[in-house]
Design a protein around this ligand. Sequence first.
Ligand code: KG4
Ligand code: ZN
Length: 333
Amino acid sequence: MLILGIESSCDETGIALYDSAAGLLSHALHSQVAMHAEYGGVVPELASRDHIRRVVPLLREALGLSGKSLDDVDAVAYTRGPGLSGALLVGCAFAEALALAIDKPTIPVHHLEGHLLSPLLSRDPPTFPFVALLVSGGHTQLMKVTGVGEYELLGETLDDAAGEAFDKSAKLLGLPYPGGALLSKLAEAGTPGVYELPRPMLHSGDLNFSFSGLKTAVLTLVREHAEAMTDEFKANAARAFQEAMVDVLLKKALKAMKQTGLQQLVVAGGVGANKQLRSTLDLEAKRKRFRVYYPELEFCTDNGAMIALAGALRLQAGTPPKEAGIFSVQPRW
Ligand code: KG4
Ligand code: ZN
């Protein structure tokens, strides 16, 4: 089965071709980050318009790289939600119309399922069951994954997502949008322990998270140093933020491993690209004798490959595809 995957839930347009026997054949991606940077965040209307401009050239690129033609495609998978409604509608309308034209069914995919399964695109993939730590710009969840479509929510954030906290703290430190990766670079130059920031809900006894207090603590720190926002201060503050964030994610992930008794941890979503998070988890995994899996760096953030993969696995698992031509998105799925 050859699955075409389309992602357009936020500010990345991604198109990919996944073959259930041969694996990922090709993927093409366009990021709108530079376009939104001057506004300090994603502007939904601009995002939708840019997706419209990109879908056809990206489809041509993905087909060209794979050596396949539209006639070879067996089903079209696309992100149905959650995300920005206008942005989702572009991918949905394009996917449904394309599938109608080639007389093939569609597979609407949950964006987070795409992130969750993305480590399976690696050469050395995890096997079911595993614990998943999903840390993106919109979500922070711990899940027990026993198979495709078999997800048990163990805990989640009660307010801000981890990526959101990274981005908001970065903004407070004067970094451009989206600041997560930039804050993490800045943190590398900082000294640990100069500032001590709170680790919200570390001892809550459950697997839930809360990051809005951490962000407020960064705001307070910035206000206290408003007179002298030196590069050294910013680096140390970034370091303190990252130390607190990584500590909370680590401790909760360890608790989930203990609670489930599973041996594999999968880390997915944009924050999974964070170097300090990766090295800390790797170290603890060695000590506690479990394995950690990450998606390839290029598949940590939004992309079409994870949507094509999720579509293919859904079909394999027996989820029936949908007749093409019905347009419906679920922005708050
Ligand atoms: O998964 P993703 O691409 O989009 C959502 O579905 O939300 O995640 C984007 C988030 C942003 O908040 C971004 O700042 C964060 O991932 N991010 C990082 C790093 N790279 C991306 N956060 C911390 N360290 C990084 N290296
Ligand atoms: Zn995402």
